[in-house]
Design a protein around this ligand. Sequence first.
Ligand SMILES: O=C(CO)COP(=O)(O)O
Length: 253
Amino acid sequence: MSRKPIIAGNWKMNKTVKEAHEFVEAVKDKVPSADLVDSVVAAPFLALDRIVADSKGSDLKISAENVHFENSGAFTGEVSPVMLEDLGVHYVIIGHSERRAMFAETDETVNKKVLASFAHHLIPIVCVGETLDEREGGKWQTVVKNQVTKAFAGVPSDQAVDVVVAYEPIWAIGTGKSASSEDANEVCAYIRETISGLYDEATAAKVRIQYGGSVKPATIGDLLAQSDIDGALVGGASLDPESFLALLEAVKG
Ligand SMILES: O=C(CO)COP(=O)(O)O
């Protein structure tokens, strides 16, 4: 089963609109063909309008870093899927561990956001992953299975194949302490097995699963060589245009 790799930069709370624009201008004509790899940057809401326009006609696709699950209403400070669809945004990161830990994101809100994204033609990049305590306590299977199962609740199989799952062990995010490629692959394979249990093997075989957590241009090759890792969700190393392009180049091997 060949799945197209997907490499996504997650800028988190970095870059002004001008900086985001300059980054996209620097990389948009250099990203590899979308026949080979899906190249994505996830930017703060403020920059989305500008960089969707900047990237038009190129192989770079734009993601939001969050979305609300309602279409409109009294939700001060939130951004709806209708608004993202209207801008021409392609992807949206849902349930990043920073949002789960600091902004009260739960498995239930993650699921609502996944369903709302599909209703507005946005592809969800759903983040799952265990804490260090959970890993050391031998609980990663339970945690990850639970997060995946709840995220996919109510998603029909023809949409489930389009979900991108990002396995991001919390202890590896921004720490420089990446999971070994083999350990990361073990969890990604377990995620695929979980999806197979929810749907069937054919559906699970189509779902793309990324690894995230201190991925660098020097380490991405080994990760992508693993059987169940189909890409990466990259924080720090996606902020610099050269580094971002180096991550994408690695896909070519
Ligand atoms: O959280 C991450 C991507 O979503 C990973 O961040 P780092 O690549 O900076 O560790």
